[in-house]
Design a protein around this ligand. Structure first.
Ligand SMILES: [Fe+2]
Length: 455
């Protein structure tokens, strides 16, 4: 029995395996490039249960159809090695087993139990937050961070995880404070930088957001493709709030798309940025085609509903009608066979939303409205962050405007502007909505405000 860097018992006699576990945890929490060090740890002690569980998790994070097959041999070794391990290790193995089987509720329950009995296991907190994020459970993310915070308050990554949980629960001031503490403790804490970006975009602090993210962007160079592209994606959103869509498109080409084109999270960052740019009236040229070339292998995966909605929209925008049909058919079968919580999200939200977004992508706005009517306010159930899901709200507003409900669109835009009164582009939309609703005077006043802000 040895101890890892957190002071946790590890059932192995191999110092190499423990060193590899420490590297894995550090790289995983810091979104580094070398989480695959865990594979060396497994080589050094092929029977170490928790090292095998982490190796299985490493493959599950691929978020593709092959991931469970790649993970399973490691999971089987982990399960076989569980006879003589600590309860913490056993629970971690059980959590990864549940993940590989698609039993996300069980995985979350394991991570909550570990948090209660062994709060120093910070890696387990991160796994738990990942699953909770995917089901849109903001309170759960925060609860897990709060349960384990005091045991890890010497660790900048703990402050970053708390910050994002707070932000997703709309406790913005506390979130920013926690993220700033994390960044003071360790300048390279990309998840904390990201939490501040979420706070600032929610509050419409556009120039501050750009300054904050650009001043720290040098520290993202050794981040994995998700973190580097996602943080640049956030920067692109700030530029869009500034009305500088050309800069956002430039960031798309130079930073957001192209690091690891096969990776799920890189793809959804690219898709959602193109989608937003088009909603803002920007011509994105033939960029959908390149993304669709990588996405079209995913029509039968169904890893997460949040991913599927963006994949299918990309395929529709790229004109891959056969792939869209194939994916919708497969989604219907999958949703029909799914069980418990996952089934509700897939059947009641993801499937109608997918049909609605495909119709929207194809320009059939009346059909889009019909499909999205009952689900546009339930999108949290399919996971993703508030900032990521904002795209769906923007699309719904556009649908309302184009189906003769400009008054309804104006009411939503007024609420959004109340939250972010210093951001110019929504005023332009509101002016269009007022004009569409026949209120020329209001439209003119709001357009003048938009021009003022843009200036
Ligand atoms: Fe984000």
């Amino acid at each position: 029995m040895l101890q890892d860097a957190q002071g946790l018992d590890v059932s192995t006699n191999s110092p190499e395996t423990v060193a590899a576990i420490d590297t894995f945890v550090d790289q995983f929490l810091g979104y580094g490039l070398h989480a695959d060090a865990i594979l060396k740890g497994v080589e050094a002690d092929p029977d170490c249960a928790i090292a095998n569980a982490y190796a299985a998790a490493l493959y599950m994070f691929l978020e593709n159809a092959e991931a469970p097959q790649l993970a399973r041999p490691y999971l089987e070794k982990a399960l076989a090695g569980c006879d003589d391990v600590t309860e913490r290790e056993r629970m971690n193995v059980e959590a990864v087993a549940a993940w590989v089987d698609g039993r996300f509720d069980d995985a979350i329950r394991c991570h909550e139990e570990i948090a209660e009995h062994c709060p120093r296991d910070i890696c387990s907190v991160k796994f738990g937050q990942y699953h909770l994020f995917n089901r849109g459970d903001s309170e759960g993310m925060l609860r897990l961070a709060e349960m384990t915070f005091m045991a890890n308050d010497d660790n900048p990554y703990m402050h970053g995880m708390l910050a994002f949980g707070l932000e997703q629960c709309h406790r913005l001031d506390e979130a920013e404070a926690a993220a700033r503490t994390a960044t003071e403790m360790q300048r390279r804490e990309p998840w904390a930088h990201h939490a501040v970006a979420h706070v600032m975009i929610t509050q419409g602090r556009t120039d501050e957001g750009i300054a904050w993210m650009e001043s720290l962007s040098d520290t993202w160079e050794d981040c994995n493709s998700f973190m580097i592209t996602h943080n640049w994606w956030h920067l692109a959103l700030f530029y869009m709030d500034k009305g500088v869509n050309a800069k956002a498109l430039e960031l798309y080409d130079s930073r957001v798309w192209g690091v690891w084109k096969e990776y799920s999270q890189d793809q959804i960052g690219a898709i959602s940025l193109l989608w937003r740019l088009e909603l803002a009236g920007c011509d994105v040229g033939d960029r959908w085609q390149d993304v669709a070339d990588y996405v079209q292998v995913r029509t039968k995966e169904h890893i997460e509903p949040f991913l599927d909605l963006q994949y299918i929209y990309c395929l529709a925008r790229a004109g891959r009608a056969d792939k869209v049909d194939e994916m919708l058919t497969s989604m219907r079968t999958f949703a029909g066979g799914a069980s418990s919580f996952v089934a509700t999200a897939w059947r009641e939200v993801a499937l109608p939303a997918a049909e609605g977004f495909v119709a929207y992508a194809n320009g059939d706005i009346a059909a889009a409205r019909h499909k999205l009517e009952s689900v546009h306010n339930r999108m949290q159930e399919i996971g993703g962050s508030h900032a990521q899901r904002d795209l769906f709200d923007q699309t719904w507003i556009n649908v309302l405007m184009r189906t003769g409900s400009c008054g309804e669109a104006a009411a939503i835009l007024e609420d959004r502007i109340a939250f972010r009164p210093s951001v110019a582009p929504p005023y332009e939309q509101l002016a269009d909505a007022y004009a569409g609703a026949g209120d020329a005077a209001k439209a003119e006043a709001v357009r003048a405000r938009a021009a003022e802000l843009a200036a």
